[in-house]
Design a protein around this ligand. Structure first.
Ligand code: ATP
Ligand code: MG
Length: 201
C-alpha cells in the first residue's frame, strides 16, 4: 500500500506539473500552416511524414505528395495513399544521379519537379504537402535554395509542408517551424536483414 505522505508528495508533484503544462498550452494560442523538416540518418523520416498524412486524411484534409527520389519498388504507403480520394501523388524523380550519371538531366528533372510543387504551393485546397526526399536535390544544388524558400514563404497561410531527407541544408533547418533529427542508433539492415514489407517499404 502507498504510504500517505508518498501519495501526497506524488499528488503535489503532479499538480506542479499540471500547472506548467497548462501554462504552456495556454501560451500556444494561434493556428498556422507549419513547415516541418525531418532529417538525420536514422530511420523514420518518410514514415513519420506519412503518419501525419494519415492523421490529416482522418480529419478530412486534402494532401499532396511529391516524391523526389523514387525507389525501384512500390512502397506500401504509395499503394495505400493512391487509393484515397483526398490524395494527389506525384513521382518527380527516378533515382537521380547514381542511375543516370548525367548532371544536366538531373537538374532538369529536379526543376520540372519543383514546378509541380509550385502549383501545389499555390493551391489552398491542399492543406498538407509531403515533399519526400526533397533534401537531395537541394543538397546537390539542382534546386536553388533561395527560390525554394521564397516559394515556401508564399504558400497559403494554413498549408502545412513536411520535408524529409538526410542532410537538410542549414537554411532549410533555419526556416523550419518544427525540426527533427532522427539518429541512427541501430538498424536491422546492418545485421543483414533485407527491407521488410510494412516496416521499410
Ligand atoms: P522510412 O521510410 O522507413 O521512414 P527514412 O525515410 O527515415 O525511412 P531513407 O533515408 O529515406 O529513410 O531510407 C529509406 C529506406 O532505407 C527505408 O527502407 C528505411 O528503412 C531504410 N533506412 C532508413 N534509415 C536507415 C539506416 N540508418 N540504415 C539502413 N537503412 C535505413
Ligand atoms: Mg525517406
Amino acid at each position: 500500500m502507498t504510504e500517505p505522505h508518498a501519495a501526497q508528495r506524488h499528488q503535489q508533484r503532479m499538480q506542479r506539473k499540471k500547472t506548467v503544462v497548462d501554462a504552456a498550452i495556454a501560451r500556444a494560442d494561434h493556428d498556422q500552416g507549419l513547415l516541418l523538416v525531418l532529417t538525420g540518418n536514422g530511420k523514420g523520416k518518410s514514415s513519420s511524414a506519412f503518419g501525419m498524412m494519415a492523421r490529416a486524411l482522418g480529419h478530412g484534409l486534402r494532401v499532396g505528395v511529391a516524391q523526389f527520389i523514387k525507389g525501384s519498388q512500390d512502397t506500401g504507403e504509395e499503394c495505400f495513399f493512391r487509393q484515397q480520394e483526398q490524395v494527389v501523388w506525384h513521382v518527380l524523380g527516378e533515382g537521380f544521379t547514381w542511375d543516370t550519371q548525367n548532371l544536366q538531366r538531373d537538374r532538369d528533372i529536379a526543376l520540372q519537379g519543383w514546378m509541380v510543387v509550385q502549383e501545389m504551393l499555390r493551391n489552398p485546397d491542399l492543406q498538407m504537402l509531403v515533399l519526400d526526399e526533397l533534401t537531395y536535390p537541394l543538397q546537390y544544388g539542382w534546386l536553388d535554395m533561395e527560390r525554394v524558400l521564397a516559394d515556401l514563404r508564399r504558400r497559403p497561410p494554413m498549408q502545412h509542408v513536411i520535408i524529409t531527407g538526410r542532410a537538410a541544408p542549414q537554411a532549410l533547418c533555419d526556416a523550419a517551424d518544427t525540426l527533427t533529427e532522427l539518429s541512427d542508433l541501430k538498424h536491422a539492415f546492418r545485421a543483414g536483414v533485407r527491407a521488410q514489407k510494412g516496416v521499410d517499404c
